[in-house]
Design a protein around this ligand. Sequence first.
Ligand code: ADP
Ligand code: MG
Length: 253
Amino acid sequence: MTPMVKADRVCKNFGALQVLKGVSLEIDRGQVLCLVGPSGSGKSTFLRCINHLEQVNAGRLYVDGDLVGYSEKNGKLYELHPRAAAKQRQDIGMVFQHFNLFPHRTALENIIEAPTQVKRVSKKKAIERAKDLLDQVGLSAKANAYPAQLSGGQQQRVAIARALAMDPKLMLFDEPTSALDPELVGEVLTVMKQLAKDGMTMVVVTHEMGFAREVADQLVFMDGGVVVESGEPRQLLANPQQDRTKAFLSNLL
Ligand code: ADP
Ligand code: MG
């Protein structure tokens, strides 16, 4: 079966700065991959490449068998038309560290925005679905609240619901709990755990090793723009092979 994500020696640089130096990995459908590594190692850049918010400079990146951002003919790459690239991105949900909700829209309005504007779903249908999603993230009572009236944990759960409203086949999470007060982390992880149980394919950049151990199928340690080590989370956490992985993990504890 085609993997949901396949990265084959993906490189990305910003000018002279080489950020991704040949990242290779695969994620099967329904799997959860947790990506960890020191600050500056290229984790966010890699997620942004998957979502075509950044353009890969070399290597190949596929989502669901489709080359991200390019079409390929006779071994040559052609940049996709922006409209075609935007279409690819529609199927990928992304959740950021800083929720990025529209401040002047209610929770419900935030959730129906993309389906009604981008997918041309009727407002009535979008509202029905948004209510189900709010229920799924435990926020039925907050449909009409504005972001400022919600805690960080609640805002992040709305952000997850908003991403799910586009019916993504893949969800990317970039340190979704890093900006939260410690007592609010659990409620967000619980929602993510349930999503994983329901079969969503997920890439999660996180420092929450408990979550990685419990939920992830694959743990990938990245440093300096390369995958240093990857494996089954419990095994990798209990028995890291590389010195850089050992140093990173011991700093977390
Ligand atoms: P991480 O998420 O692992 O902390 P990032 O992917 O955010 O790492 O960043 C990796 C490196 O790329 C950093 O040195 C960062 O400053 C640099 N970088 C990220 N985005 C840009 C950009 N748009 N322009 C220039 N440099 C960038
Ligand atoms: Mg980052």
